[in-house]
Design a binder for this molecule. Structure first.
Ligand SMILES: C[S@@+](CC[C@H](N)C(=O)[O-])C[C@H]1O[C@@H](n2cnc3c(N)ncnc32)[C@H](O)[C@@H]1O
Length: 260
C-alpha cells in the first residue's frame, strides 16, 4: 500500500464519481433502518457515514479499509455510537463472526482486492442467510481511457522495468458470476451503467486517479520517477481535452446478490 495522508485527504474532495456510484448502490441494496451493515474498502468513510444515517440508532455499520491513513480520517471525523471503523482487508474478515451482517456494501473497491475469490467467500461467511451483497465498480468488459493511458505510459522506458505488484483487476461479468457461484450467491441481479467522468483538465483527472488509487496510477515505478511519468500521462490527457475539459466514458457493473 502506497497511500499517504495527502492522498487520503484529497480523496474526500475528489470522489464525486465514487459518491454518485455509492448512492446508486445504497438504493439498489435496499438498506433500511435497523440493519447491521459492513462497508468493505470504506476509505475515509463518507459513504459509510451516510449508511449509518439510514440504519439509524437501532442498526449499526462497520467500515474496514487496509489504509491506516484513510481509517485515521474516518475515526477522527465520523465515528458515532452506531458507526465504527477498523483497519482490515476484504480477504480476511476473521474479526467478524459468521452470519453477523444483514448487508455488505463494496463500492469502487473490488478491483483493488488482491485475492477476489477469498474476499467473496468471506462475504458469504459473514452475511446472514438471505443477507444482501452489493458490489459496484468498473467493469472488466470495458476498457476506459485511464487504463489505456496507464498501460501506454508504463510500457515505455524506463518504467517498463518495474512490475506492478498487485495491479487492479476489473472483473468481467462472467468472472464475477463464477465467483458468486463459488461463494453460494445463487440469486443476483446485474446492472451495467455507462457513466461519464468529467474533469476540467488533465491535472484534475490525474488528481482524481491518484487519490482514488492511493498512488497506484504509477504501477510499480519508484517514487522518484512518478513526476516524469505524471508529465507523460498529462501529455496523453491533454490530447483528450476539449474546451469543455475531459469527458471520459466508463462502464460500471452494479451487482446485488442474495446469500442462499
Ligand atoms: C476508490 S476507494 C473507494 C472508497 C469508498 N468505498 C468509496 O466508495 O468512496 C478504494 C478503497 O479500497 C481500499 N482497498 C484496497 N485494497 C483493499 C482490500 N484488499 N480490501 C478492502 N479494501 C481495499 C483502498 O484502501 C481504498 O480506500
Amino acid at each position: 500500500m502506497v497511500d499517504t495522508e495527502e492522498l487520503a485527504r484529497g480523496y474526500t474532495l475528489a470522489n464525486n464519481t465514487q459518491r454518485d456510484a455509492g448512492n446508486f448502490l445504497i438504493e439498489k441494496l435496499e438498506i433500511t433502518p435497523g440493519m447491521r451493515v459492513l462497508d468493505v474498502g470504506c476509505g475515509p468513510g463518507d459513504l459509510t457515514a451516510q449508511i449509518a444515517e439510514i440504519v439509524g440508532e437501532n442498526g449499526s455499520v462497520v467500515g474496514i479499509d487496509p489504509s491506516k491513513e484513510r481509517i485515521a480520517i474516518a475515526i477522527d471525523e465520523r465515528i458515532k455510537p452506531n458507526l465504527s471503523f477498523q483497519v482490515g482487508r476484504a480477504e480476511d474478515l476473521s474479526q467478524f463472526s459468521s452470519g453477523s451482517f444483514d448487508a455488505i456494501f463494496v463500492n469502487s473497491t473490488l478491483h483493488w482486492v488482491e485475492d477476489q475469490p477469498a474476499a467473496l467467500m468471506e462475504f458469504g461467511r459473514v452475511l446472514k442467510s438471505g443477507g444482501r451483497l452489493g458490489i459496484s465498480g468498473g467493469s472488466g468488459d470495458f476498457v476506459a481511457a485511464h487504463e489505456r493511458i496507464k498501460a501506454d505510459v508504463l510500457s515505455r522506458d524506463p518504467y517498463r522495468m518495474y512490475q506492478e505488484q498487485s495491479p487492479p483487476k476489473f472483473l468481467k461479468k462472467v468472472e464475477l458470476e463464477d465467483l458468486l457461484d463459488r461463494a453460494m450467491f445463487s440469486k443476483r441481479d446485474f446492472i451495467r451503467r455507462k457513466i461519464i467522468k468529467s474533469a476540467e483538465d488533465a491535472d484534475a483527472m490525474i488528481n482524481w486517479l491518484d487519490t482514488s488509487s492511493s498512488g497506484k496510477t504509477y504501477g510499480g515505478i519508484p517514487l522518484e520517477l512518478r513526476p516524469k511519468a505524471r508529465e507523460e500521462m498529462k501529455h496523453e490527457w491533454d490530447k483528450l481535452t476539449t474546451k469543455d475539459g475531459i469527458q471520459m466514458e466508463m462502464e460500471v457493473l452494479v451487482t446485488v446478490a442474495i446469500k442462499n
